[in-house]
Design a protein. Structure first.
Length: 131
């Protein structure tokens, strides 16, 4: 395992979360975590932290669906109760929000989960053999 990853990060949780939201390296907070929009870089170009430990899986997508769904449904209910617009306005407004909001949030949620994996030294679960 990478020497930088073997020691626990001493930074506060707020700094870890901010590094993840901004897509910065969880170790040095200067390098970039992503090569593309959601493509994880092989390593940090500043501190050489290897991102092989990072596996966010479906976690970011699930959190984004829950968060965006809560916001969109709550806002749609509020607008319906207060303004009562026609249904086509709901379809247009909330359909667009359902496309744009998850795209805006997904990279930040993925960055936060990877930064938290680094901070907590999370690894894949392994079964211990009896022999």
């Amino acid at each position: 395992m990478n020497d930088l990853h073997s020691r626990k990060a001493d930074m506060p949780l707020s700094t870890t979360l901010l590094a993840g939201i901004l897509g910065h390296c969880p170790s040095c907070r200067k390098g970039k975590m992503f090569d593309g929009y959601l493509t994880l870089a092989p390593s940090c170009k500043v501190c050489a932290l290897n991102y092989d430990f990072a596996d966010s899986g479906d976690g970011p997508a699930i959190f984004v669906m829950l968060f965006a769904g809560f916001i969109i449904v709550g806002a749609a209910l509020y607008v319906e109760a207060v303004y009562q617009p026609p249904y086509w306005v709901h379809a247009l407004a909330w359909g667009a929000a359902a496309l744009v909001l998850p795209l805006l949030l997904l990279r930040s949620f993925k960055g936060v989960l990877i930064a938290l994996q680094f901070r907590n030294r999370a690894e894949e679960g392994k079964l211990v053999s009896d022999s």
